[in-house]
Design a protein around this ligand. Structure first.
Ligand SMILES: Cc1cc2nc3c(=O)[nH]c(=O)nc-3n(C[C@H](O)[C@H](O)[C@H](O)COP(=O)(O)O)c2cc1C
Length: 244
């Protein structure tokens, strides 16, 4: 492949469709197994993510066992209670939080715990020498690849972070030097919603792209050398407001 070889129109459509229609799925799981060849494609996509110094610091613990899942669910229930109590004094938000479905640990076909191993290939990792977190960022890249590949395959993924890492370490026999990064629930779903659940129920809105893009320095949202892009971003915003 040459460097200027862009994807073809339909290839691009497929990629953007996966990106824009990917959802975090907590409900709507259907009772259907994920065939091994499809699971392997999803895992292989994750394994081809970029990683600092090509360190590939991830592992994927595949979980079907229902007893294990019940133990993880117990951790979720505990942590959810703790989060709810953090909203004491904010009755409305607390009530709304308590009504949200935030995991599909038992209903999904399988669970996957994605971990970070900082010792992979030894202590010197090219590129991780200044910013330690780049190791964990690499694992996040693998998770996003997994999430998009799963969407392409019609498989839903839900990320559950309302868990105690110490519980995961104990339940899944994760060694002390390895860090759990994500606990994912995977399975076929009856539908992929067109908006994030949290947007749909009014928990938070999607921000305008124009509010998160800065020009040359933090916080600068207008800039002459960038005026054409600035205008285009403004138009995107008004189109959204018109609901086009
Ligand atoms: C690091 C991370 C942790 C998350 N943890 C949870 C969680 O514990 N429970 C949950 O329901 N969703 C969780 N999510 C999903 C987000 O709520 C979701 O991505 C966001 O609302 C946007 O929706 P979308 O993924 O459908 O676009 C998590 C997502 C990320 C990236």
């Amino acid at each position: 492949m040459t460097a200027d070889e862009a994807l073809t129109g339909s290839e691009k459509d497929g990629l953007y469709k996966a990106i824009f229609s990917r959802r975090d799925v907590r409900s709507r799981f259907v009772d259907r197994e994920i065939p091994d060849d499809i699971l392997l494609r999803i895992l292989n996509a994750a394994h081809h993510a970029p990683s600092v110094g090509f360190s590939q610091p991830w592992n994927f613990i595949l979980i079907k066992n229902i007893t294990t899942r019940h133990k993880v669910k117990e951790s979720f229930v505990k942590e959810r209670e703790r989060s709810i109590s953090m909203l004491d004094g904010e009755e409305e938000r607390q009530k709304r939080y308590a009504s949200l479905k935030l995991e599909g640990i038992l209903e999904s076909a399988i669970n996957i715990c994605v971990t970070y191993d900082p010792s992979r290939f030894g202590p010197f990792v090219l590129g991780r020498t200044s910013i330690e977190e780049t190791g964990v960022y690499s694992v996040a890249c693998a998770i996003q690849n997994l999430w998009l590949a799963a969407r392409a395959e019609g498989v839903g993924v839900g990320w559950v972070s309302i868990l105690a890492n110490k519980d995961l370490e104990q339940i899944l026999a994760i060694p002390p030097h390895v860090k759990p990064v994500a606990y994912l629930c995977l399975g076929y779903v009856s539908e992929f919603a067109d908006k994030p659940d949290l947007e749909r129920v009014g928990w938070l809105p999607r921000m305008d792209l124009s509010n998160v893009v800065c020009y040359e320095k933090w916080g600068v949202h207008q800039s002459e050398p960038w005026s054409a892009l600035c205008d285009a971003l403004g138009k995107m915003k008004s189109r959204r407001e018109d609901n086009i």
